[in-house]
Design a protein around this ligand. Structure first.
Ligand code: HEC
Ligand code: HEC
Ligand code: HEC
Ligand code: HEC
Length: 214
């Protein structure tokens, strides 16, 4: 098909191009960010300092990674013992609740990547995250927005599906897809490299409305 300027203008008006562009948003650069462990190093718990030898290697490994995509270097949820939101009570990922991932499944998701440091337990080059840092979530996530929980698209209060949710919200929210079902994770709202340059690496737009329909 010969794509004329008129066609491109029409596609832009229909939001087709804008939607493609939002899927490839430029994220906050690692350099100079809190995730740059080379430039300034990182002072963790008890004042222990860690300085990486390059800007990517703390998270990614070119050879023998723990997860092939995205060539993930770090231990994923080693030791387990996660508690997640379940109303007031909280629930453990022991496989007894069909709405929740199991611990083994959880270890393969985007959340496990973030929590391989933000659990405050797994070492970042010999030091753990400072206990005083608010983003040190520990392994009790019961007071955090539902993680590892199924997203019931198409039910009352939720969007029909993620694609139309993202189109309406102008965001690029993702879900962890396990066994054909969609689950909430850290990378639903955040992204290390596709976050529209937000300091807290948050995804663009009205991201809550990619799943919720309120
Ligand atoms: C603090 C951890 C961390 C550091 C440091 C890091 N990444 Fe990533 N990277 C991730 C995570 C998490 C993902 C998974 C996707 C996401 O969250 O955006 C990812 C995904 C990727 C991907 C897959 C495609 C994409 O863009 O999502 C590439 C390529 C990549 N990173 C390259 C790099 C390079 C190059 C560097 C060094 C400048 C780097 N990363 C530093 C955490 C990191
Ligand atoms: C290699 C370890 C590591 C990984 C993996 C990692 N982080 Fe971090 N993150 C840190 C450290 C260390 C800090 C700074 C803590 C401090 O200031 O004491 C930080 C800070 C942050 C901040 C605050 C940034 C700011 O400028 O205030 C956010 C938001 C964040 N991380 C989210 C994430 C998310 C989401 C993921 C997964 C996509 C992730 N992190 C993966 C280690 C990591
Ligand atoms: C439903 C969306 C959502 C999910 C899911 C989510 N976050 Fe966040 N996160 C936010 C928002 C919004 C902020 C900024 C406002 C705030 O601090 O509450 C934030 C802030 C943060 C911060 C910065 C705290 C600070 O004080 O600087 C960190 C670190 C972080 N999130 C990590 C995570 C990790 C790790 C996960 C997975 C366990 C996660 N987030 C899941 C929406 C989310
Ligand atoms: C990836 C999809 C997704 C995104 C994005 C998302 N949520 Fe949720 N949210 C859920 C799911 C799934 C539940 C759990 C619903 C249930 O089973 O009761 C939930 C639960 C909630 C609840 C609690 C409802 C209750 O029963 O008490 C609130 C409030 C909420 N979300 C607000 C937000 C806000 C605010 C944002 C944006 C910062 C957001 N959500 C982003 C999927 C999402």
């Amino acid at each position: 098909m010969k794509v004329s300027l008129k066609t491109i203008a029409l596609m832009a008006a229909l939001g087709l191009i804008a939607n493609v562009a939002s899927a490839q948003l430029t994220g906050k650069a690692i350099t100079g960010s809190k995730h740059d462990f080379k430039t300034a190093g990182y002072v963790g718990e008890n004042g222990v300092t860690f300085t990486a030898y390059n800007k990517c290697s703390t998270c990614h490994a070119a050879h023998k990674p723990n997860l092939n995509s995205p060539l993930w270097a770090r231990a994923l949820g080693a030791g387990g013992a996660w508690t997640v939101w379940d109303g007031a009570a909280g629930a453990v990922l022991d496989g007894s609740d069909a709405e929740l991932l199991t611990e083994a499944q959880f270890a393969t998701t985007g959340s496990a990547m973030c929590l391989s440091c933000h659990d405050g337990v797994t070492a970042i080059g010999g030091t753990t995250m400072k206990a005083s840092f608010r983003g040190n979530w520990g392994r009790n996530l019961s007071d955090t927005h539902p993680i590892a929980r199924v997203v019931d698209f198409g039910t009352p209060g939720m969007q029909t599906d993620l694609a139309s949710g993202n189109l309406g919200s102008g965001s690029n929210v993702v879900v962890d897809v396990v066994g054909g079902k969609s689950y909430v994770g850290c990378t639903s709202c955040h992204s290390m490299h596709s976050s529209a340059n937000s300091p807290k690496i948050l995804r663009a737009g009205e991201r809550c409305l990619s799943c919720h329909n309120r």
